[in-house]
Design a protein around this ligand. Sequence first.
Ligand code: SR1
Ligand code: MG
Length: 396
Amino acid sequence: MMITTKNQYESLTEDRAILYAKELNFFPKDSELDCREIGDGNLNYVFHIKECNGEKSLIIKQALPYAKVIGESWPLTLKRAVIEANALKKHGEFATGLVPTVYASDEELAITVMEDLSHLKIAREGLIHYESYPKLSKDIGEYLAQTLFHTSDFALHPFEKKRLVSEFSNPELCKITEDLIFTDPFFDHDTNDYEPSLREEVEAIWNNGPLKLEVAKLKKSFLTEAEALLHGDLHTGSIFASETETKVIDPEFAFYGPMGFDVGLFLANIMVQSITREAEERIVILDHIEQTWKVFSSNFSTLWKSKGIESYKDTEGFEEYVVDKIFTDTLGFAGCELIRRTIGLAHVKDLDGIADDEKRILFKKQALQIGEALILKRNEIKSIHAVIALLEELHK
Ligand code: SR1
Ligand code: MG
């Protein structure tokens, strides 16, 4: 079922969401519906609607015309709902079973109606509570290889690639990332939010010329390198998981950018867990880091060989050059993400949720230290094992 309706924008309430769901003809006629707003993200409403006396259920996600986390003083385009629905569909063509099915979308109401995934848990929440996700890194490695390869110039006719670049032009959401990940944390900006005990480390970042030069280069890559259709915000809060399933949600930041950005954001958010965990619980996290890169790079290579259309694909050294560049970019973007999640506007519960002041501050300092090292040493670090060694240094 794929419905595209036209209505004038109004924000939904739980009651209005039920009325809207009834119009979709998804539920049996006259069935009684229950609705709860379950969104805990920064930007949108998420309504979970289910039959009171039946099995069927769905999710209605509605973009608000402002950032929920800040309020109406931060207006935000509603076009992001269309970007999200279209990115879910485009990525779903390749990452089979790894994104929710979109049932309907409504451009005027900025609504996406999709598969209910409430039997799964947000991976960040689960990881904080040491839940085991044996498929997470394999699935995300596969998701990254499929989505990034198939939407790139290595797989698409140049006309189709450029059509998609235009379709997924997402300037307002990109500006959030440009500011919150690449700029504000590296300057004394009023959006920053850091604990007073970190003031010395924060000032050291603002005064670190060589670090800022490398961040400027990474920001330039983000601004200019339209390599593939990215998810654009692939942190562990954008992933639903269980022991047997993984689903990537929320691609409202999708746009054409450098491939390493998606890989780096995911790895940075996993790395936070390696910083906060004791030795025994850390092993599984380090394994996720290794497996994500291994599965991504080996699946990307397989796709390159089997489906690549680039004339130079068999030219000695070219594939290696492309994968090495993704790796180097990945490390740099991961470093920026670690720093912004520690001292920028949008934090993560993995760190902020640690009640013990001494431990929390220590872990935050370590996140900054790893972030800086990844940015500054990204051209020297040649393997995922070297990244793991860097993380393990913290615990010696
Ligand atoms: C105002 S939006 C803050 C952050 O939330 C989103 O999930 C993105 O990560 C963004 O940077
Ligand atoms: Mg989100």
